[in-house]
Design a protein around this ligand. Structure first.
Ligand code: GLU
Length: 373
């Protein structure tokens, strides 16, 4: 199962973490970038299409600007990203030039992915680049993305890119070997889990316990990323990128790393985008009857089942649907603003007509715009 999946994956998104290619003390490490470039070239020679999501801009910028510590203040972080990103790309250019591989820089923000038109546009651009045999190297556009609209970490960005390009596999190259039965730093008897068929609550809990030093994401963001793309049918491999040759070895079916299998049921691209790329602007709490109608009978959400609205949100915004206990069970695009919904909640369609006036839609969230989580 594991071997087959890894051997047959054709389109692969490889996320390269900061700690693999840079350190705060010495900045970028071109020799590591060259080694990883060699390994990626080997995958391409094997007939695979590779896209890289690379961190390292901020860490590289810290060195260039001679900052004493990782910047806390956003403008300084953004300045570091700006000087670091060009250095990062320059190192990739040089490393891949040796191998006659052309690279392209793509900088994305959450907004590029949250707007459906821009999302599709980014997809076409990346597909065109792949068509030319170019290797896309993607990072978050840290310099312009303010805190509220940041994707925030490159594990999540890589998951969104894997969905964007309909990848077969997401590979997260890290400085850890993969997912262990327990935290290996605390318990030496902990063993690496080669295959994770399903991301259960226990796996998520375990992942929350460990973290790596450099970079933003620990194991928790990696497992969250695996869960995200898993819903779209994309498997995730977490593997140690510090060990020379391990990446091609594992993809050829060898031992190493942890593979998280994907769900079989594949959400459509649009529904996946609603569920995992968009951020909810508000919440709608519904009664048990509505929970049942939405989750069991595939119905649209009507005003009569709504108990409480938390806004503000506008027509067309993404919102979360909560059950009686406040647990999010669905997400969708809402047809009414929070102000109007607050007046409509609990009312039957005829009552809405009489008390508020005729409305363009009967459904508060149409089933086509609703995803059960
Ligand atoms: N985009 C950031 C950078 O290039 C890194 C974010 C992350 O490591 O998750 O420095």
């Amino acid at each position: 199962m594991r071997d087959e999946l890894l051997k047959s994956a054709k389109r692969i998104v490889v996320k390269i973490g900061s700690s693999l290619i840079a350190s705060r003390a010495s900045g970028l490490r071109p020799e590591q970038i060259e080694r990883l470039a060699d390994e990626i070239a080997a995958l391409r020679a094997d007939g695979r299409e590779v896209l890289v999501v690379s961190s390292g801009a901020i860490v590289s910028g810290i060195k260039k600007l001679q900052l004493k510590e990782y910047p806390k203040n956003l403008p300084v972080k953004q300045a570091a990203a700006a000087v670091g990103q060009s250095r990062l790309m320059w190192a990739y250019e040089k490393a891949f030039d040796r191998l006659n591989i052309q690279v392209a820089q793509i900088l994305l923000t959450h907004q590029d992915l949250a707007d459906r038109r821009r999302f599709l546009n980014a997809r076409y651009t990346l597909t065109a680049l792949i068509g030319f045999g170019v290797l896309p190297i993607i990072n978050e556009n840290d310099t312009v993305a303010v805190e509220e609209i940041r994707v925030g970490d490159n594990d999540t960005l890589a998951a969104q890119v894997a969905h964007l390009v309909d990848a077969d596999l997401l590979v997260i190259l890290s400085d850890v070997d993969g997912m262990f039965t327990e935290d290996p730093r605390k318990n030496p008897a902990a063993t690496l889990i080669p295959l994770i068929p399903e991301i259960t609550e226990e796996i998520e809990r375990k992942a929350g316990m460990s973290s790596t030093f450099e970079g933003t994401g620990g194991m928790a963001t990696k497992v969250r990323a695996a869960k995200k793309v898993g819903e779209y049918g994309v498997a995730t491999l977490i593997v140690n990128g510090q060990q020379p040759g391990l990446l091609p070895h594992v993809l050829a079916g060898g031992l190493g790393g942890s593979l998280f299998l994907a769900k079989e049921r594949r959400l459509t691209s649009r529904k996946h985008w609603i569920a995992f790329t968009l951020r909810a602007r508000g919440q709608i709490r519904v009664d048990p009857g509505a929970v049942e109608a939405l989750t069991q009978r595939g119905k649209s959400l009507l005003a009569s089942g709504i108990v409480e609205i938390t806004g503000p949100f506008e027509t067309g915004d993404p919102v979360s649907c909560l059950d009686q206990d406040g647990k999010e069970f669905a997400k969708g695009l809402v047809n009414f603003s929070s102000d109007l919904l607050d007046r409509m909640k609990g009312l039957k369609t005829q009552d809405i007509q009489q008390q508020i006036g005729p409305q363009e839609y009967e459904e508060v969230i149409h089933r086509d715009n609703l995803v059960i989580l």
